[in-house]
Design a protein around this ligand. Structure first.
Ligand SMILES: Nc1ncnc2c1ncn2[C@@H]1O[C@H](COP(=O)(O)OP(=O)(O)OP(=O)(O)O)[C@@H](O)[C@H]1O
Ligand SMILES: [Mg+2]
Length: 394
């Protein structure tokens, strides 16, 4: 349905010009009108303009009003759009057939313009409320699925992180040792062995390749270690205490911690008013969110350019602080705007864990705030966080 501030869209289908004229003059101030002269036209135009309500005459040449209504109800896109029949037939069986095929209301001719307007408005209001409730229910269901996933992830995280860490340290340390041994053998013994062995001898191959393999194992361990550390951050979250915190300090610390990942050529611009009230938050968690967003912005910029800007701005809005992180990268593909929040979704292959945004959203929601993203007209991706000035995470 279109925005409540816009006029609703109505489709009127009637084969009699006089009826159409009467309906148009009754409704033109209230709604945007599309007119059809028969059932086929009603279906075609309805498909094209997605009306908020159909006003259908029953008796029309070709496809009659009942059939139009049946087809609307069978169309997944339009099946909940209200249909009002307008007809001179007032026999009871016609009314009951009308309701059977899915009509919402019935107006008999001759009608008074006031009644037509009142009935149409009632159906439009009902539809608005229904759409609103459906949207709320859908958002709530999505939120529940998300919180459940995060809760499961949190429970798993502590255990998995602990179990993985010991063997991981061992693999990592031995791969490093192996690499060092390979270097030593290659520099001190390879020349001697080369004289004694054929060029393609497996021993020489082993000496040449073992270092690369050891380095690959070491890098992979590093990636696993990063995932484990993200998981630990997640599971340790509730242990920090909320405390009065200046957002500007969190931003400073996050930028310091990102200095090795935010490459030369990327300008970070911070604009936080000095009189912004302190927030009752877990500072390290908010820093963690900022680090994730700044790193993501920096990666995004590097995808398309050597240079770019990450703007971090904050302002007070009533009892909320609004913090935005806006990068000049390529933005987020529209079809991925929901997916990016999912745990383990990454477009960075081995270089990303896909946990950054999922963890960030969890942190902000625990602080009773919201986090969202958009691709603004001026380009890039802009993440917006709202945090209450009074409340704190419990
Ligand atoms: N500022 C951004 N611009 C464009 N795409 C983004 C931006 N931020 C996030 N994304 C997309 O969302 C995905 C998920 O981000 P998230 O931070 O959760 O994981 P990641 O960055 O891939 O991995 P990690 O956080 O472990 O480095 C990214 O892989 C990227 O595709
Ligand atoms: Mg990230």
């Amino acid at each position: 349905m279109n925005e409540p501030s816009e006029k609703p869209r109505l489709l009127i289908a009637d084969d009699e010009a006089a009826n159409i004229g009467a309906l148009v003059s009754a409704l033109r101030d209230y709604a945007q009108l599309t007119v059809a002269r028969n059932g086929t036209e009603a279906l075609e135009r309805g498909n094209a303009c997605n009306p908020d309500l159909y006003l259908l005459d029953i008796k029309m040449p070709g496809i009659d009003g009942y059939e139009v209504c049946r087809r609307i109800r069978a169309d997944t896109k339009q099946k909940t759009v209200p249909v009002i029949f307008i007809t001179s037939l007032d026999a009871e069986q016609d009314e009951s057939l009308g309701f059977e095929v899915g009509a919402n209301d019935y107006i008999t001719k001759p009608f008074s313009p006031a009644i037509v307007r009142a009935r149409v408005k009632t159906q439009i209001e009902l539809k608005r409320h229904r759409d609103h409730l459906e949207a709320l229910a859908e958002a709530r269901a999505r939120q529940l699925v998300h919180s459940e996933r995060l809760a499961t992830l949190g429970t798993l995280a502590a255990g998995v992180a602990h179990e993985i860490n010991n063997p991981l340290t061992c693999i990592s340390a031995y791969s490093e040792l192996l690499g060092a041994m390979q270097q030593q053998i290659a520099s001190e013994h390879r020349a001697v062995l080369e004289e004694k062995l054929d060029a393609g001898d497996p021993v020489l191959n082993f000496i040449d390749n073992c270092g690369k393999y050891a380095a690959t194992i070491f890098d992979s361990c590093d990636r696993v270690a990063r995932i484990v550390s993200s998981m630990q951050t997640y599971s340790k979250r509730e242990k920090d205490n909320p405390q009065p915190t200046a957002l500007a300090d969190c931003v400073d610390k996050a930028l310091q911690l990102c200095s090795h990942t935010v490459k030369y050529g990327i300008d970070t611009q911070v604009d936080i008013p000095s009189d912004l009230p302190e927030l009752i938050v877990q500072p390290q968690q908010i820093e963690q969110v900022l680090i994730n967003l700044i790193n993501n912005g920096s990666h995004a910029i590097q995808e398309i350019n050597e240079e770019g800007v990450i703007k971090i701005q904050a302002r007070l809005d009533g009892d909320k602080v609004i913090l935005t992180v806006h990068d000049s990268g390529p933005g987020i593909p529209p079809e991925k705007l929901d997916t990016i929040w999912e745990a383990f979704y990454t477009s960075k292959g081995d270089k990303g864990t896909g946990l950054g945004l999922s963890i960030s959203r969890g942190i902000i929601e625990e602080h009773k705030g919201t986090i969202s993203v958009e691709n603004p007209a001026e380009g890039g991706a802009r993440f917006t966080i709202t945090l209450p000035t009074q409340s704190h995470s419990e």
